[in-house]
Design a protein around this ligand. Structure first.
Ligand SMILES: CC(C)(COP(=O)(O)OP(=O)(O)OC[C@H]1O[C@@H](n2cnc3c(N)ncnc32)[C@H](O)[C@@H]1OP(=O)(O)O)[C@@H](O)C(=O)NCCC(=O)NCCS
Length: 350
């Protein structure tokens, strides 16, 4: 029997235009460019400022670009999963709203919230449907408008987060490419260190919850930092070992962009040189569900068919994981945005 894998066959992305710089943050709270660069490594982050615009608007822009780049008609999409912690509304799912805005009808669609690991969880989930043969064109979106839940009076959290979205298309392939292996884990005991206190069924919104600023990100930075360093590195090293990958044979690490020091620690444990690590934290900050696909979007033109890539993330929950995949196409773009024709071939054959 032919083994089917799920391959990423295109990437679309979107970041808002407004750049929130460290200098501007230093005028809001008691901090400095020097502190933020040394402790976190972020220079600026994008913020979705327009009234009435939400996570789904960024997700829809990313999906529209993805459909154009992959020459896909919305009617062909049979599944859409949105990794998100800042949905437009508690219900319906942001995936449904994105689908509506991009004219994707009748697709199996839902949101998946695993904190900053949402995209990694979503792509692992989606790959199983593709591998089973039940779904053939699956979009996975990672999108978050973190500025909607960040307290710009809290200097310990407000420099960290930014807004953005990116999306990938997953399709079946029988070639030796695509998603090979994944490790995804969680430990709910970590929830006390990183959460949003009010707005859910435990503490519905009241005047008091608003006065107490309980609708914002609550984070105890040090335990989150320690868990993130150990868990992200542990699973990345484990997935390398069990797939016989070495620091030489691995082409790229795509780490969650939460803190430069966490990225460095993970790369060091894997024995990787920095030039193999995708890092755009200085430009976008931590866009939560969007960090991994935004890296793929940024680096797409440098990627080559067969490249060995590990994606790794850590987030609220706690959740964490790593995925090993072999990249499916040469990133050199044809006609500006079109995908190379040989990529189209891999799924029409199945
Ligand atoms: C948030 C984080 C950058 C804070 O860095 P840290 O080195 O742990 O700093 P601490 O929380 O120990 O605070 C050290 C001091 O810096 C201060 N500080 C915190 N934020 C500051 C800021 N923006 N500017 C200046 N000082 C700041 C604290 O008030 C504290 O001061 P004190 O010693 O007088 O009490 C770091 O803990 C971190 O990155 N954690 C992980 C966060 C993360 O990745 N979250 C997403 C997970 S997916």
């Amino acid at each position: 029997m032919t083994r089917i894998r799920a391959a990423i066959t295109g990437v679309g992305g979107y970041v808002p235009e407004y750049r929130l710089t460290n200098d501007e943050i230093s005028r809001m709270v008691d901090t400095s460019d020097e502190w933020i660069m040394t402790r976190i490594g972020i220079k600026e982050r994008r913020i979705l400022k327009e009234d009435g615009k939400a996570t789904s608007d960024m997700g829809a822009e990313a999906v529209k670009q993805l459909l154009i780049k992959t020459n896909t008609d919305p009617s062909e999409i049979d599944m859409i999963i949105c990794g998100v912690v800042t949905p437009d509304m508690l219900f319906p799912a942001t995936a449904n709203i994105i689908a509506d805005k991009t004219n994707i009808r009748n697709a199996f669609g839902f949101d998946l919230n695993a904190g900053c690991s949402s995209f990694l969880y979503a792509i692992t989930t989606a790959s199983k449907f593709v591998e089973s043969g039940s779904h053939k064109k699956v979009i996975v979106v990672g999108a978050d408008k973190m500025s909607s839940i960040v307290d710009y009076q809290d200097r310990a959290t407000c420099p960290i987060f930014g807004d953005g979205a990116a999306a990938v298309l997953l399709e079946p392939t029988s070639e030796d490419i695509g998603i090979v292996d994944s490790i995804v884990q969680s430990d709910g005991a970590g929830r006390i260190y990183l959460h949003q206190k009010a707005g859910g069924s435990l503490k519905p919104p009241t005047f008091e919850t608003i006065a107490n600023r309980e609708h914002y990100v609550y984070q105890e930075g040090q335990p989150v930092f320690k868990w993130a360093v150990s868990k992200m590195a542990d699973v990345s090293v484990e997935i390398m070992k069990r797939n016989n990958l070495t620091s030489e044979s691995l082409d790229w690490l795509v780490p969650h962009q939460a803190n430069m020091r966490i990225i460095d620690a993970t790369a060091n444990r894997m024995g990787l040189d920095k030039d193999k690590v995708m890092i755009n934290i200085q430009r976008f900050g931590n866009t939560t569900s969007a960090t991994l696909p935004l890296c793929l979007w940024d680096w797409e033109s440098q990627l080559r068919k067969g490249d060995n890539i590990i994606l790794a993330a850590f987030g609220a929950g706690f959740t964490w994981g790593a995925i090993y995949l072999k990249w499916a196409y040469d990133g050199k773009l044809l006609n500006g945005m079109a995908r190379k024709p040989e990529v189209s071939k891999i799924h029409t054959e199945l």
